[in-house]
Design a binder for this molecule. Structure first.
Ligand SMILES: Nc1nc2c(ncn2[C@@H]2O[C@H](COP(=O)(O)OP(=O)(O)OP(=O)(O)O)[C@@H](O)[C@H]2O)c(=O)[nH]1
Ligand SMILES: [Mg+2]
Length: 299
C-alpha cells in the first residue's frame, strides 16, 4: 500500500504484475518480524485451567453497593457471565466460581486454538468480561454500572487428575474459609455494633467452631442453613436432561460438595474418558440458565 501510494510509482506506467512483484518483495522483507512471536503451545495430555479474578473488587463492590458479606446479584452475574463462556466453548468441561473469581477447566485433550496459551486466556477473559458488563442490567436493575470492571487471568496446567481434583477442592475450601469468616465478621459489625477493627480483633485466633458458636449464640444463625451458593460457590457443569422424550446436554449450576470423595466418584467419567461418551443425568430444578438453553434450541 505504501509503495502504491508513492507518487513516482503512481505516475509511472509500471505494469500491474511488476507492481505486485515489488509489493511481494517488500512484504517478505518485513515478514521476518513474525518470527519474534513466541510459541506458547500448552503441553498435551494435561489439564488446562484458566482462572479469572476481578481487579480491586473490594473497591468495585463498595462502589456498586454490594450487600455484605454476599451479594446474590453479583454472584448470579458472575455465574451468568461464566455460563455465556461455556455456551460458546464446548471444550470447557466445567467451571467453578466464587466471590470475584471463576475457574474454567478444559477437556483434557482439547485442541481448541491448538492449545495456544495466550489465545485461550485472552479469548476466555474477553468473553467473560464483556458478558459481565453486557448482562449487568439483567441482575442489577437498580444499580448503574459506574465504570468498566477489569479481570485478570492466568493459565495453569495440571498433569494429573489428582492435581486437578485438589485444585477444585482448594478453591472450594477457600469459599468455606472466607465465607465463614466474612459472615461472622459482618454480623459482628452490622448487628453486633462492633467497629471493623474490633470485629477483626474478636476473630483473631478463632477456629471454625468458635465462629459457628458466635453466629449461633449471638445472632441466632445456624451456619449450616446459610445458602449453598454462599457456602460452596457454584459449579457449572454439563449434564444430560430429558425434555419431551429426548435427551439434551445442558450447562447446569450446582453447589455440590467437591471436598467429598463421593462427588469425584460420581463424576469420574468426566475426568477419565478420552472420547467422552455421555454426561451424567441432571435431576435438579429447571433454572433460568436451563430455560435459556432450551428456548435457544427451540428457536
Ligand atoms: N460486599 C461484597 N463484596 C464482595 C462480594 N464478592 C466479592 N467481594 C469483594 O471482592 C473481594 C475479592 O477478593 P480479592 O480478589 O482478594 O480482592 P480484590 O480487591 O479483587 O483484589 P485483587 O484481586 O488483588 O485485585 C472481596 O474481598 C470483597 O471485598 C460480595 O458478594 N459482596
Ligand atoms: Mg479480585
Amino acid at each position: 500500500m505504501l509503495l502504491y501510494k508513492n507518487s513516482v510509482l503512481k505516475k509511472s506506467a509500471l505494469k500491474p504484475y511488476l507492481l505486485l512483484k515489488i509489493f511481494n518483495m517488500a512484504k517478505s522483507s518485513f515478514e521476518y518480524v513474525k518470527n519474534f512471536e513466541l510459541d506458547d503451545t500448552l503441553l498435551p495430555n494435561s489439564w488446562i485451567v484458566i482462572r479469572l479474578d476481578g481487579k480491586c473488587f473490594h473497591k468495585f463492590s463498595e462502589d456498586h453497593n454490594f450487600s455484605k458479606p454476599n451479594d446474590l446479584r453479583a454472584l448470579q452475574l458472575m455465574n451468568y457471565a461464566a455460563f455465556t463462556v461455556l455456551k460458546e466453548f464446548n471444550d470447557i468441561l466445567f467451571a467453578f466460581g466464587q466471590s470475584d473469581e471463576y475457574s474454567f477447566i478444559f477437556k483434557k485433550h482439547t485442541t481448541l486454538y491448538k492449545r495456544r496459551a495466550a489465545k485461550l486466556l485472552t479469548t476466555i477473559n474477553s468473553k467473560f468480561s464483556t458478558s459481565y458488563v453486557y448482562y449487568w442490567k439483567k441482575f442489577f436493575d437498580c444499580e448503574v454500572l459506574k465504570y468498566p470492571p477489569t479481570f485478570d487471568g492466568r493459565t495453569v496446567l495440571y498433569p494429573s487428575d489428582e492435581n486437578l481434583m485438589d485444585y477444585m477442592k482448594w478453591r472450594q475450601a477457600d469459599v468455606h474459609i472466607n465465607n465463614l469468616y466474612n459472615t461472622t465478621f459482618w454480623n459482628l459489625v452490622l448487628k453486633g455494633n462492633l467497629s471493623p477493627v474490633q470485629a477483626e480483633k474478636r476473630l483473631c485466633g478463632t477456629v471454625s467452631s468458635d465462629k459457628n458458636e458466635i453466629l449461633f449464640q449471638e445472632f441466632n444463625i445456624n451456619y449450616n442453613n446459610e445458602p449453598e451458593i454462599f457456602k460452596r460457590g457454584t459449579l457449572l457443569i454439563r449434564k444430560q436432561i430429558e425434555i419431551d422424550d429426548t435427551s439434551r446436554s445442558v450447562v447446569v449450576a450446582v453447589h455440590d460438595d467437591m471436598l467429598k470423595e463421593k462427588f469425584w466418584k460420581k463424576h469420574s467419567s468426566y475426568l477419565s474418558s478420552k472420547n467422552f461418551k455421555q454426561y451424567l443425568k441432571y435431576e435438579g430444578p429447571i433454572t433460568d440458565i436451563i430455560k435459556d438453553q432450551l428456548s435457544c434450541v427451540k428457536s
